[in-house]
Ligand binder design. Structure first.
Ligand SMILES: *[C@@H]1O[C@H](CO)[C@@H](O)[C@H](O)[C@H]1NC(C)=O
Ligand SMILES: *[C@@H]1O[C@H](CO)[C@@H](O)[C@H](O)[C@H]1NC(C)=O
Length: 500
């Protein structure tokens, strides 16, 4: 027995040694000897928490397309210079102000053969009235482990976490390998036409092509689906399009004492009602949703797990279930929202003009043109004129397969920073972000905010008591810190070898 046992031990030892050497060398190659661990002093952690509070206190409000607090926008530019001095002094980092208030940072990597990527965020916020808030919305006060204030989730948390991570890396002598950009918009809440649009044009003029970009848009969801207890991360790989359509009926005015059989109000109401009663087609089964449900399936108890794992069979049922809830409904179809209705001037006058505006949010598998054609068919009345006020197509669906670098990097970083999250699923963002302005620069647009969110937190975004936990913010900084380093060492997966 001794003999074989000894030789087995020797063999095992030899194998271990071999393994250690092999993995040691690949480790050095893939991770680089300069991997910087995420370890911070208490003092540093307090400093980066305080930096976020300071950012919240500057009321960078976008009131409307025409009006924003430009004093605050300018002050914000001064503020980031003050709290991130190393970023602004680094020889690797070039900083430019674009569109008067937005910021573009170019971080120069040492390996020009690696395609650059971009991290995005915006620092303008929607207005906040004090009513209903537990602390004033621009106070940045901390209570019970939460930092309160407008912009703590949407989206100064990202602005500050990205710059904070870079600041911390540079202080630790980080030298970037892969170049990247940081684009911080100042008017995302009101279309991004002076910020993101101009940064995008500038990069396009410079001939930049990005491997991928990461913007706000989706979260790590906790207690979101009643039967799924574990948190799961959603990465949006597309964003809905939009169409603001005005319907108008013009008739000759007449007196209410002898009304015509049909009036502008009646004709318009009927048309609008037909549109509301005829939802746009259910697109379930197209786009990323099917893949997401498949990935989530095993987390559900019986029988939902079986149903979701066998969508080839149960698709009609699931598709109908999705329609029942107004949020999941928004994921499966182009939504129709009647938002403005105007007609009439006087109680005894039949008005010549009636107008209604409808806001459609377009599913990634449809286009503006297709929605318009459907609207014409549903309205089916030539007296109703259609005027497009504003429209844009959905973002093309970005890849989420094993070769999709941006998606893989996010997934890898999620799994290392948040070990409690074991599922990452692709999704659709039902709101809009600045990222659509960059569609010419890359086909890898990923929307992900590395923050845990419960369903009740959603209403705080643009609502009252918007807040982020100190722990969540610290994790976000850590996430950015790791993501930037992971992007430097990313390796394309080796293609599957077919045996001959
Ligand atoms: C605009 O921002 C400044 C600080 O930068 C602030 O003092 C002022 O009250 C803000 N104005 C409005 C209308 O919110
Ligand atoms: C994208 O590129 C096309 C062709 O160069 C150009 O016409 C268009 O304006 C660009 N779009 C954006 C949003 O930059």
């Amino acid at each position: 027995m001794a003999g074989p046992s000894v030789s087995a031990q020797v063999l095992a030892a030899a194998l271990l040694l071999l393994l250690a050497t092999v993995s040691g060398s690949t480790d050095r190659k893939s991770r680089g000897s300069s991997r910087i661990p995420f370890q911070f002093s208490e003092e540093e952690r307090v400093a980066f928490k305080e930096a976020l509070k300071g950012a919240i206190q500057i009321p960078t409000v976008s009131f409307s397309h025409e009006e924003s607090n430009t004093t605050a926008l300018a002050e914000f530019g001064e503020y980031i210079r003050k709290v991130f001095p190393t970023v602004f002094q680094s020889s690797f980092v070039q900083h430019e102000v674009v569109g008067t208030y937005s910021h573009l940072f170019t971080v120069q990597g040492s390996d020009s053969s690696l395609q650059p990527y971009m991290l995005m965020a915006h620092f303008d916020v929607v207005p906040a009235l004090e009513e209903g808030w537990e602390v004033p919305p621009f106070s940045g006060l901390e209570r019970d482990g939460f930092i309160y204030g407008r912009g703590t989730l949407d989206n100064k948390n990202s602005v500050m976490a990205i710059l904070q991570a870079l600041e911390l890396l540079l202080i630790r002598n980080y030298s970037p390998k892969r170049s990247f950009f940081i684009a911080l918009g100042h008017d995302e809440e009101v279309s991004g036409k002076n910020g993101a649009t101009k940064i995008s044009a500038l990069l396009q003029a410079r001939g930049v092509q990005l491997a991928f970009l990461v913007d706000e848009g989706s979260f790590i969801l906790e207690d979101f689906i009643p039967n799924i207890k574990k948190p799961f991360a959603m990465i949006s790989v597309s964003e809905k399009g939009a169409l603001d359509l005005m319907l108008q009926v013009n008739m000759t005015p007449s007196h209410s004492s002898a009304p015509p059989k049909e009036t502008s109000i009646g004709i318009l109401s009927a048309a609008v009602s037909r549109l509301e009663q005829t939802p746009m087609p259910n697109m379930f089964g197209r786009g990323p949703l099917k893949k997401a449900l498949k990935l989530l399936a095993k987390e559900f108890p019986f029988p939902a797990n079986i149903v979701l794992s066998n969508l080839w069979l149960f698709r009609p049922i699931v598709s109908r279930l999705m329609e029942r809830n107004h949020i999941t409904n928004a994921l499966v179809r182009t939504t129709t929202a009647l938002t403005l209705f105007k007609a009439g001037i006087k109680v005894n006058v039949i008005p010549p003009l009636a107008q209604a505006t409808i806001n459609f949010r377009i599913h990634p598998s449809q286009t503006v043109h297709e929605v318009l054609e459907l609207v014409k068919k549903i309205v089916a009345d030539d007296r109703v004129q259609l005027h497009v006020l504003r429209s844009f197509d959905p973002l093309p669906v970005s890849p989420s397969d094993e070769h999709a670098m941006g998606y893989q990097l996010l997934q890898q970083t999620i799994q290392s920073v948040f070990p409690e999250v074991n599922i990452v699923v692709p999704s659709i963002c039902i709101a809009n972000t600045d990222s659509r302005h960059y569609a010419n620069l890359t086909n890898g647009i990923y929307l992900f905010n590395p923050v845990f969110l419960q369903s009740r937190d959603f209403s705080s975004i643009h609502g009252i008591n918007e807040k982020i936990s100190v722990q969540n913010y610290e994790n976000q900084v850590k996430f950015m810190f790791e993501l930037i380093q992971n992007a430097d060492t990313y390796k394309e997966p080796i293609p599957h070898q077919h045996e001959l």
